[in-house]
Design a binder for this molecule. Structure first.
Ligand code: AMP
Length: 249
């Protein structure tokens, strides 16, 4: 079974985000970019499937500028076999991403398409669901455990107040949650080997997908600043402040 894994290049999760002065978005100048953390989990899961003899080939796919090559290389260094970069400098919103991935799935015919549950830059949590709808495939979102069987898979999902296990027929779309696994670091020899692995390049137009945005961002704002704390002299003053000032008890 072939596995396609989506890997998005996003602002590194350790970076302190700065909103642009004109509030049109987040300042990306000189900011460290990395693979979306949920996508690292997706790559790790695909590698574990290959190590267990369930997957035969892992293809890492990304949509973005030329630098998204680096994100694909990271996936190749972890253990993916080859990459496909759909290159564009335009903003690509979830519906357009899903259309591009559908075109790649039609061409590559994977048994499983793994995405992250959300990209930590736009927090949309839409792409996997839209992709499954466009393909007409079953979907299992927020996966915390995957067991692949013969022509089907059992996926444990994190839902409010507990876990739900579903059985899905393959081919299917799965989105990863945090507890699915702990991604490995790429070893130095594997980083060297990854340099020789192939990355195919396409454009959205090659795939016949119109990526014109459907949503318009009106403004991006920082969350309200936290008020500074103050010291109280005893428990009585604390209780008084919680009751009369904060109104929480
Ligand atoms: P979102 O719906 O934007 O929160 O993204 C959910 C998941 O879709 C991400 O974790 C990625 O696996 C995938 N994805 C979204 N946009 C891209 C992109 N430009 N390139 C690669 N994967 C993407």
């Amino acid at each position: 079974m072939k596995v396609l894994v989506a890997v998005k290049r996003v602002v590194d999760y350790n970076v302190k985000i700065r909103v642009k002065p004109d509030k049109t978005g987040v300042d990306l100048a000189n900011v460290k970019m990395s693979m979306n953390p949920f996508d690292e989990i997706g790559v790790e899961e695909a590698i574990r499937l290959k190590e267990a003899g369930k997957a035969t080939e892992i293809v890492a796919v990304s949509i973005g500028p030329a630098q998204a090559q680096e994100t694909i290389r990271t996936a190749l260094a972890m253990g993916a076999d080859r990459g496909i970069l759909v290159k564009t400098d335009e903003e690509v919103q979830p519906l357009a991403v899903a259309k591009i991935f559908k075109a790649l799935a039609d061409a590559e015919k994977p048994g499983l398409f793994i995405l992250g549950k959300q990209a930590i830059d736009d927090d949309s949590n839409q792409t996997g669901q839209m992709l499954a709808a466009l393909l007409g495939w079953p979907q299992a979102t927020f996966a915390s455990k995957l067991v692949v069987g013969d022509g089907s898979a059992s996926v444990t999902r994190e839902v409010d107040g507990g876990l739900m296990t579903v059985e899905i027929k393959l081919p299917a779309v799965m989105t990863t949650d945090l507890r699915l696994n702990e991604p490995r670091y790429a070893s130095l020899p594997n980083i060297m080997k990854a340099k020789k692995k192939p990355i195919d390049e396409k454009s959205p137009a090659d795939l016949g997908v119109d990526i014109a945005p459907r949503l318009k961002v009106l403004k991006v704002e920082d969350p309200p600043k936290r008020q500074s704390g103050r010291k109280v002299k005893d428990v009585a003053e604390l209780v008084q402040a919680l009751r009369n000032e904060a109104g929480v008890i």
